[in-house]
Design a protein around this ligand. Structure first.
Ligand SMILES: C[S@@+](CC[C@H](N)C(=O)[O-])C[C@H]1O[C@@H](n2cnc3c(N)ncnc32)[C@H](O)[C@@H]1O
Length: 301
């Protein structure tokens, strides 16, 4: 049974000489009390960040005592996580599609389901020589950077409204070796594209949460991820609809549009596609079998 301690009590308890076992148990109790799920694993992850010990070592040596400065920084991290700061922001990075992405409060944390967009994009462009890709709302850059990394002959333009997010996209493009093939522009949706620019693929994970749903999101999302990444400030479909309506002007004949959307939005989004313009459109499911992605192709002529 883990002791049921409050934050200030834990702070007093985490003293020099504490073992990994004690530190993890005490931190897990604090995290649990703050409503953090999977508290023991998260406590171990925080200990690993603070001490830089291998996770296998943390498992194998519960009797080991980290030094005082490590315990102090662990204590700070536990307080931050108890205030519901996401682990990925505390760590400052997240793995996505096999690559490392820097993550700050200026960008959405890359989600595993978004990897499906990357997989699908690479598959759609597999027969295209030197494909061109445009992303609306790059954030961390996880989509367009992963696409360019997965297709060494591809080039891309990333559009993003937030200059702070765009700076992180750039850092991640550099660290993942695609910056020479990626142009970044501050842009409201397609606003920064020039007439005549066109792409084989346009992709977006736009802000699709209805404003009225934001207050009921988990604190990690609601209080720590950028509001602009979450919602369009309306019913959640405003930017999606703008992308569907404006994308044909920037797609090559037969080009593709891939969108990530919210849980119940696929019927409404599929209705936005004019069958006179789009040759086919459909939804495909995420890892839980929920239709969260839309794929559409422009008519070939
Ligand atoms: C849901 S996040 C997706 C970020 C990243 N592509 C990903 O999948 O993790 C949406 C992104 O769109 C950006 N954004 C919001 N409104 C925008 C707009 N009108 N034009 C361009 N980008 C916008 C946000 O700043 C945010 O980075």
């Amino acid at each position: 049974m883990l002791p049921d301690l409050r934050g200030d009590e834990v702070a007093k308890t985490l003293s020099s000489g504490s073992t990994i076992r004690q530190l993890v148990e005490e931190a897990a109790a604090e995290l649990r009390g703050a409503g953090v799920s999977d508290a023991v694993r998260q406590a171990r992850d925080l200990l690993q960040i603070a001490t830089r010990l291998e996770s296998a070592f943390i498992f194998a040596h519960p009797e080991f005592s980290p030094d005082e400065s490590e315990i102090s920084s662990f204590r700070d991290l536990v307080s931050r996580r108890s205030a519901r700061e996401p682990l990925q922001q505390i760590r400052g990075r997240q793995e996505f599609f096999g690559l490392e992405y820097k993550v700050t409060r200026d960008v959405m944390i890359p989600r595993p389901e978004t990897e499906l967009i990357v997989e699908e994009g690479i598959s759609l462009l597999s027969g295209v020589a030197n494909p061109s890709v445009c992303e609306v709302g790059t954030g961390s850059g996880c989509i367009i950077v992963s696409l360019l990394h997965g297709m060494p002959d591809a080039i891309g333009i990333g559009l993003e409204k937030s200059p702070d997010a765009l700076a992180i996209t750039l850092e991640n493009a550099v660290s993942n070796g695609v910056v020479e093939r990626l142009e970044l522009r501050e842009s409201d949706v397609f606003g920064a594209l020039k007439q005549g620019e066109s792409f084989d693929l346009i992709v977006s994970n736009p802000p699709y949460v209805p404003l009225e749903d934001v207050s009921s999101l988990q604190p990690e999302v609601r209080d720590f991820e950028p509001q602009m990444a979450l919602t369009d400030g309306g019913d959640g479909l405003g930017i999606v609809e703008q992308i569907v309506n404006e994308a044909p002007a920037f797609l090559k004949a037969g080009g593709h549009l891939l969108l990530e959307i919210g849980f119940s939005q696929s019927p409404a989004v599929l209705r936005m596609f004019d069958p006179g313009i789009w040759s086919k459109s459909g939804a495909f499911a995420d890892l839980q079998g929920i239709p969260r992605m839309i794929r559409a192709s422009l008519s070939a002529s």
